[in-house]
Design a protein around this ligand. Structure first.
Ligand code: SF4
Length: 133
């Protein structure tokens, strides 16, 4: 068993949390006593930070709707289609038809990169996040 210090992803407070790893699986979360933000505390979301990691409901490949059905496709097919559609919609709506929703299930660093991608590459400020405070 080992404990890995990380940052809670559920909101912008950024509490320090240890994730417990046993036999290749993340099995628990506990607060960092010395963290300058949380100082030994977590809210109920932080205590359950590990719950989604091994959920059988997580997607393991991209899905595309074909003939009314969601089917698993390769990353190349999904990314090619997404790039084509973002380009088409951006051109026809002066970028205002594009919006991006990020997720608390991403790391803070991934969310930072997504807002940079949205503003710098997609040229729109239409970005939001489910854990925005
Ligand atoms: S969700 Fe709770 S534990 Fe996580 S960063 Fe926010 S306040 Fe801290």
């Amino acid at each position: 068993m080992r404990h890995v210090l990380t940052t809670c992803v559920y909101c912008g407070c950024g509490c320090g949390v240890y994730l417990r790893e046993e036999n290749g699986r993340v099995t628990g979360a506990s607060p960092s006593r010395n963290h300058p933000v949380s100082r030994g505390n977590l809210c109920v979301k932080g205590w359950h930070l590990h719950d989604f990691i091994h959920s059988p409901n997580r997607l393991t490949s991209p899905l595309m709707r074909k003939n009314g059905e969601l089917v698993a496709v390769s990353w190349d097919e999904a990314l090619d289609f997404t790039a084509q559609e973002l380009t088409r919609i951006g051109v026809t709506t002066s970028q205002q038809g594009i919006g991006v929703l990020s997720s608390a299930k991403c790391t803070n660093e991934e969310n930072f990169l997504l807002q940079k991608f949205t503003r710098a590459i997609l040229k729109t400020n239409n970005i939001d996040h489910c854990a925005r405070l």
